[in-house]
Design a protein around this ligand. Structure first.
Ligand code: CP
Length: 380
């Protein structure tokens, strides 16, 4: 709980406000710019003197629960904990756990949080990390929930930008590819929109453009943005180009995927039009959207980015486990249940509430609409 003072614009005087807080990282949006900057500073300190942190998490256990495949996120979290002196448990295939016997998320998390000091979870359904956090006694980190969010990828991107460009503001950022299903893009835009004078070029086909709620965020934060369907045109004046994979696994049909794949490919010819100081990031895995001939170009930083991510995750683990003042503010959710006379249930077929039907109905209001507290989609 945080007790702070805010200015009451109606009564025109300061008022004391009590905010609910926790130690879970579900959505980077819940973190202040100061907190994000603190993670970046800590990551840089670890990079400079890794030996100072070799025993920082002695005796601590990280559980990695990956219901969906991963190379970087899972292994960089595991490496992060090992480099801090801790140990890891977990699964990377739920079919090798009692999930295969029908165990629900609530029971799995209730048990694992009794075995570990911190949990990192990835799941194909949207809102799963939020749902899991309701049953965890230890800090829980969202490592990707369907096409929704991937906050620690954004930490990776932010640490990379800060180290390589020396700033997180006054940047012209191009994001290209599957802007509809790419959870990394959503988290990145939401976070960079908090920093002053960042502008965005959104490069995609009309079918894969960013969801409206992201445009909403850009407009609310007063960020300039352009929508483009030409990578060759957009690449000429950027500080950073963020390429993304077309997310085959999130398409309704193979035919729909085939129509979108390989529309945007960064190759030598296009890169020759870019500035010498532009950096190229990609959350990886890459499929065809960046040709391998570019890998040796000094602007191609995607492999280095994956390594920066490990340091960002080391910093995050440390702050969540050890720093009592590092608390993340909860969104004040209004419970949609019989006590409020509302039985509304989220209709998003990709929301965790469709499968784990015991989950309490939770929602909040935004622009007069009721939104699902798990997946952030409109309830009605
Ligand atoms: N960037 C990223 O999330 O990679 P993995 O899917 O390999 O974890």
């Amino acid at each position: 709980m945080i007790i702070c003072t805010e200015f009451d614009t109606i009564n025109k005087k300061p008022k004391v406000v009590v905010k609910l807080t926790n130690k879970n990282l579900i959505d980077l949006e819940a973190m202040s710019v100061e907190q994000i900057d603190k993670i970046v500073r800590r990551a840089k300190k670890i990079m400079k003197s890794p030996a100072d942190y070799r025993h920082a998490c002695d005796g601590k256990i990280l559980a990695t629960l990956f219901y969906e495949p991963s190379t970087r996120t899972q292994m960089s979290f595991q490496t992060a904990m090992l480099k801090l002196g801790g140990r890891t448990i977990g699964f990377d295939n739920p079919m090798n756990s009692s999930v295969s016997k029908g165990e629900n998320l609530k029971d799995t998390i209730s048990v694992i949080s009794g075995y570990s000091d911190i949990i990192a979870i990835r799941h194909p359904l949207e809102g799963t990390a939020m749902a899991a956090s309701l049953y965890s006694e230890v800090p829980l980190i969202n490592c990707g929930d369907g096409g929704h969010l991937h906050p620690t990828q954004t930490l990776t991107d932010i640490v990379t930008l800060s180290c390589e460009k020396g700033r997180l503001d006054n940047l012209k950022i191009g994001v290209c590819g599957d802007l509809l299903n790419g959870r990394t893009v959503h988290s990145l835009i939401k976070t960079l929109a908090k920093y002053p004078n960042n502008s965005f070029v959104l490069i995609s086909t009309p079918e894969l453009c960013v969801p409206l709620y992201i445009i909403d965020i850009l407009e609310k934060n007063g960020c300039k943005y352009e929508i483009s369907n030409s990578l060759a045109d957009a690449v000429t004046d950027l500080d950073m180009l963020y390429m993304t994979r077309i997310q085959r696994e999130r398409f309704k049909s193979e035919e729909d995927y085939q129509a979108q794949k390989n529309v945007f490919v960064l190759d030598r010819e296009k890169l020759d039009k870019a500035r010498d100081d532009m950096i190229i990031l990609h959350p990886l895995p890459r499929v065809n959207e960046i040709t391998v001939e570019i890998d040796d170009d000094p602007r191609a930083l995607y492999f280095k980015q994956a390594q920066y991510g490990m340091y960002g995750r080391m910093a995050l683990i440390l702050l969540l486990i050890q720093d009592d003042d590092f608390l993340i503010e909860e969104r004040p959710a209004q419970l949609f249940d019989s006590s409020t006379g509302c039985q509304a249930r989220c209709k998003n077929p990709k929301c965790i509430t469709q499968i784990e039907t015991y989950l309490p109905r939770r929602g909040y209001r935004k622009l007069g609409m009721r939104m699902c507290d798990y997946c952030d989609k409109r309830i009605d």
